[in-house]
Design a protein around this ligand. Structure first.
Ligand code: ADP
Length: 613
């Protein structure tokens, strides 16, 4: 076979440059990335050997690092699964995983925002390419397990790579040779590399040895899986390094959950909850990031059903001796053992989150701002855990102008209140200035302001909590006259007003389901409510985005008959009355975050009304 060259895919070169520049100050991590790949490859070979003994390694698993001070190279050799010729081109020739272009967009011009860049880089697993931070040439020689031919992949990390067949016969596995850049000669220092191995890769279960031209090979890591050690013997830094090297993170986790469970099912979990949400949290194809091990043999990074989807941001490791290694992935996936483990870790995560919320609500809110939306999916779809989930959710209290728990809301209900009042809106700003709140403010009744699209769904699905009904203040009908303070600024119904109501109704009959007198408005002249069986605008917007044909329902216009504008209305000419009635209706829509139903007419009406003030 002749040597052949291939260019990198369009994005790859660009990404490489960004990686090299934004990670420059952390370039030690190239070693962590390469060692982690080597260890993965060894685990893959073991796993694949369970069903295909021909690929098994007959001797001991090793990862060797060899420093050549004369040639100024470092070579990392593993006894892993190896890469076939086509795999060399496919896996090392492209970083074009899904979302690469959005990745690039987020990175462009983010020189000032290197932390964000690093987080993204970790998530894309450009691990192998970090080699180019320290090397100006990388040569990968690999023999796929079960075959005898070796192939060579070679690149300067600039434009592309070359692939050729090797004339030497080698054992299965991969070796990666780095020709160090002029400014990276410090990595020829044996002591330095040993320190880095210890720091980044101590937990890798395969022995990692190092040698150079003068010194014999010596093991540099303790080669014990971190999660098998008792939690009390593991330092915070060790946990943190483990998290970073296994899950591509650059910061510490928000939470670490490490337990050993013995009984009818034996398993160990070491779970991490990140501080920041990954970019693909809401992409349908996103898999969970829990690695399953059976008796310390790595099985899979993304077994479905290991953790509910509303906890899909939880990362970590599950190691169990209660499953059989020799079964297929499908059987593992559907086994009752896995279901039990899943239930148990879900409970654990919930109880840990509850604890952290209690300990430091402010810090919890930072976490909540990243993952709250996802957790709320659980309220909607995980009936079994709903009561536990609701205890850890944060909701925005209009009265406190801050996040609270639902329990806090219940504790602070006023006399006569038997419902949980909420308002959904697109933004907090919109909610805060909503006329729907006026009656509640005047009676000092708290309202939960909900701005995530999913809120409207889970609240209507749940219907009630602790015997208290959820009531949407822009949709449901309610009567505040017996709730809270009896002294109220809200208008009393009057006979004289009846005529005005009928008048307005006659002018906008085709636009609304009804026009009624308000008992809750204080400062605003009007508001729209959904009325019996109707949906509020927010829910309608979501439904419309899913089905453009959906037209929505007609609303009920509530009139504040004490408002000056309303009092003046009957005295105007018929033409002005008509325009003013329509303006009032459109204004109520706008306050709910909607467009006017007829923008053209709205602007004409506005002119008529202002000319006749
Ligand atoms: P990631 O490890 O996140 O997938 P990398 O860029 O580090 O991303 O590696 C890309 C792919 O190249 C890996 O998924 C793996 O298939 C392959 N690979 C890298 N290093 C090795 C190795 N030492 N042995 C076998 N395959 C490897």
């Amino acid at each position: 076979m002749n040597k052949y060259s291939q260019g990198f895919e369009a994005d790859t070169g660009k990404i490489l440059n960004i990686v090299i520049n934004s990670l420059y100050s952390d370039r030690d991590i190239f070693l962590r990335e390469l060692l982690s790949n080597a260890s993965d490859a060894i685990h893959k070979r073991k796993f694949s050997g369970q069903t295909n003994p021909a690929v098994l390694n007959k001797s001991d698993d090793t990862i060797e690092i060899e420093i050549d001070k004369k040639l100024k190279t470092i070579e990392i050799t593993d006894s892993g699964i190896g890469l076939a010729e086509s795999e060399l081109a496919e896996t090392l020739g492209t970083i074009a995983k899904s979302g690469t272009s959005s990745f690039l967009e987020e990175l462009s011009g983010t020189d000032s925002n290197k932390d964000a860049a690093k987080t993204l880089i970790g998530q894309f697993g450009v691990g192998f390419y970090s080699a180019f931070m320290v090397a100006d040439k990388v040569v990968v020689t690999s023999t796929k397990a079960g075959t005898s031919k070796a192939f060579i992949w070679e690149s300067d990390g600039q434009s592309g790579f070359e692939i050729s067949a090797s004339d030497q016969s080698r054992n299965a596995g991969t070796s990666i040779k780095l020709f160090l850049r002029k400014d990276a000669k410090e990595y020829l220092d044996l002591a330095k590399l040993r320190t880095l191995v210890k720091k980044f890769s101590d937990h890798i279960t395969v022995p990692i040895t190092i040698k150079d031209n003068e010194n014999e090979a010596e093991q540099a890591n303790s080669a014990q899986a971190l999660w098998t050690r008792p939690s009390s013997s593991i330092t915070g830094e060790e946990y943190s390094e483990f998290y970073k090297s296994n899950f591509g993170a650059f910061d510490d986790p928000y939470l670490k959950i490490h337990n050993k469970t013995e009984g009818s099912i034996d398993f160990t979990n070491l779970l991490f909850i990140p501080k920041t949400a990954p970019f693909d949290l809401f992409e349908p194809e996103r898999k969970t990031r829990l690695s399953l091990y059976i008796n310390r043999v790595f099985i899979s990074k993304d077994i479905d059903g290991l953790i509910p989807t509303w906890l899909r941001f939880v990362q970590g490791i599950l190691d169990t001796t209660s499953l059989d290694l020799n079964v297929s992935r499908e059987l593992v996936q559907n086994s009752p053992v896995l279901r039990k483990i899943s239930k148990s870790i879900t409970k654990r995560v919930l109880s840990e989150l509850k604890k952290t919320l209690k300990k430091d609500p402010k810090e919890y809110d930072a976490f909540w701002s990243q993952f709250g939306k996802v957790i709320k999916e659980g309220l909607y779809e995980d009936f079994e855990n709903r009561d536990k989930i609701i205890e850890i959710i944060r909701v925005f209290s209009n009265k406190k102008a801050d996040n609270i728990t639902i329990h806090e809301y219940l504790e602070n209900m006023v006399d006569g209140q038997d419902s949980i009042y909420y308002l959904t809106a697109d933004t907090l700003k919109q909610a805060l200035s909503s006329p729907h709140l006026e009656g509640f403010k005047s009676k000092d009744i708290d309202v939960l302001l909900m701005t995530d699209p999913i809120d409207a769904f889970w609240m209507s699905q749940m219907a009630q909590f602790n015997d208290k009904k959820f009531v949407s203040i822009s949709r449901d009908t309610y009567d505040l006259s017996e709730v809270g303070s009896k002294e109220t600024k809200t208008p009393k119904k009057s006979k004289a007003a009846k005529g005005t109501i009928e008048l307005i109704k006659s002018h906008i009959e085709e636009l609304v389901a009804d026009v009624v007198e308000s008992t809750s408005l204080v400062d605003s002249p009007v508001r729209l409510i959904a009325g019996e069986g109707g949906l509020d605008f927010n829910l309608e917007r979501i439904l419309k985005s899913q089905n453009p044909e959906y037209e929505g329902t007609k609303k009920v216009l509530e009139i504040n008959t004490s408002h000056e504008l309303i009092k003046k209305l009957p005295k105007k000419s018929i033409e002005v009355q008509k325009s003013l009635s329509r303006v009032l209706y459109e204004q109520a829509r706008i306050l709910d975050g909607e467009m006017p139903s007829d923008a053209q007419k709205f602007s004409e009406d506005l002119i008529i009304v202002s000319l006749n003030d």
